[in-house]
Design a protein around this ligand. Sequence first.
Ligand code: GTQ
Length: 343
Amino acid sequence: MSDEAKTQRQAFYELIDTRSCTPLWEVLHGLVPKTPATPCVPHHWTWDTMWPFLQRAGQLISAEEAERRVLVLENPGLRGQSRITHSLYAGLQLILPGEVAPPHRHSQSAMRFILQGQGAYTAVGGRRITMTEGDFIITPSWSFHDHGNPSDSPMVWLDGLDVPIVELFDAQFREDGEGQPTTAIGDGTENLAEFGLSMKPVEYKAPTRTSPLWWFPYDRSREALQKLAGTREPHACWGHKLQYVNPATGGWPMPTIGTFLQLLPAGFHGKPYRSTDATVYAVREGTGVCEVGGKEFAFGPKDIFVCPSWAPYSLRADSEAVLFSFSDRPAQQSLDIWREQLG
Ligand code: GTQ
């Protein structure tokens, strides 16, 4: 191209720039790359690092003052954005004995996976679900919730929220306080009775795609995995892996976040796998290694690690390992854009 043509083009770009306009041909391949181009990088937060940070946070601020005493897990490729992946938020929440985190509600959907402690509750619509290590709990979009810890030990859980997705759509709403009953109207066991046995009240009609079962106790999921592991060969990539479901629809528990629990037998050496849903792992039991993006994360209980979209990763287990994970798979599938590749 001649210098004159270059100069003319540049002058044209500058002219249209003054009217909030830009030439597609300069940006096309960035807009529609051949394969996913993500700023999200693989990362590992060990419990050994995070537990002292959480304890220190517990000395510095109360749950009441903080509203939620959470250390946000920020992806190193997305610093300052409060995201663990491009589409999801994650944090570690600490609630000390005797504390309450005040009620609020928001349009963002939330999930918790309990890492440490037992006897603290999260109240959804006034039903106080008493939580134990390994439990998976959902807080549906726009439902009032607060947390309290009447037990005598600290509780820590992993929070996962669809904050960046709701932000993408500019559909954020929040309301504080009031709406939540201040005394418990149930302990969560009635929620298990209604929806936790592959049955539902006959009059129930699903008003949304969010699961009416909010509490998925660990002992049940763990037992299911153990049974599976005793009766079949592990899958070459993911061992024995179950996904949590909305019992009323058979779909995902939340419209934006999918959750999984998997067991890797001792000595398991998984084949590489990749999918377009960047995945956050929380180690529940055992030790092993995740190989991803040229890194090796040697993981142990309560560690968190993240595998970005489309980066091949493989999982190994030294001892029998149980991993909880979550991703935006339901959102991608409802948009018909989700892909995976095995081996
Ligand atoms: O527990 O309601 O980690 O609203 C971030 C935002 C937790 C919560 C978080 C929240 C919550």
